[in-house]
Design a protein around this ligand. Sequence first.
Ligand code: FES
Length: 351
Amino acid sequence: MNDQKLRSQNWFGRKGKDGFIYRAWMKNQGIPSHEFDGRPVIGICNTWSELTPCNSHFRELAESVKHGVYEAGGFPVEFPVMSLGETLIKPTAMLYRNLVSMDVEESIRANPVDGVVLLCGCDKTTPSLLMGACSVDIPTIVVSGGPMLTGKFRGKDIGTSDLWRFDDAVRSGVMDQDQLVMAEASMCRSHGHCAVMGTASTMAAMVESLGLSLPHNAAVPAADARRKVLAHLSGMQAVERVKRDIRLSHILTRKSFENAIIVNAAIGGSTNFVIHLLAIAGRIGVELSLQDFDTLSRNIPLVANLQPSGKYFMEDLYYAGGIPAVMNELEKFLHNDCITVNGKTLSENYL
Ligand code: FES
């Protein structure tokens, strides 16, 4: 157990006018005095935005995290950072990834938080939040928003990749404009990010294989009640990680990065994985090169048949056992002794 004074006590634990100022204005939110008694303060870094539809359920998700933090004896404080939605933001969300990472880094560093829960969803929200958190290196856990339910249209499963097929169908006269509008609602029929193994799902699988989230983080659908359970349990774990002072740099080792590369090869993850993983490794100070991706991926079998390169959707992956099932298949390739955010090793999580 970490018996050092928590960093939040440099604000809330002060005597005299400084302590008065730090606590008094917080109390205008109805917070009782005992919340400032030295218990872990857990920041909930929220990328909720109605302009980031993939993350539009994050207010609810944050409430579940708070329930968990309170249950474990912590004090949750939610704060916003810039949110990057792939579908609306121009010219491209990638232009702002590093800007958001600075927003996250400074928001954490400048405020009285001992640990942080990162609420990540649409593509760039995961690497940007993780990069920022790595630069501060306090206890951190990731909760992803989860994929949408599989789309259903005219008796078929549909997802993001069908958008191009629909466009072709309209241009060739097979489909009319009214049917196209109907297909829009059929594809995006629940909260969550794209239901295929695109960048968002790849990033969610990345954090799970790095050991930065609880098991099943990547595939539980956003609309499934178990997504809220995962958020609640993650809030509890965030408090535990602070009590034990388990920081990002304790979990993000060269071995855990190798695990992420191996899992990504097995699930047919997005090529954007390479760009973002290299940036995260740079922030935490782990040596990683392009050559590593080639060397580590070469002999890894593709074990998941997921769109856009394959047939199935993220919801199907969850019912088939999710990333833990994938890791089970990869046991002989992985570093199974890597520690994860729930205090267990990788293999203890998936076996
Ligand atoms: Fe947000 Fe695809 S547009 S994950």
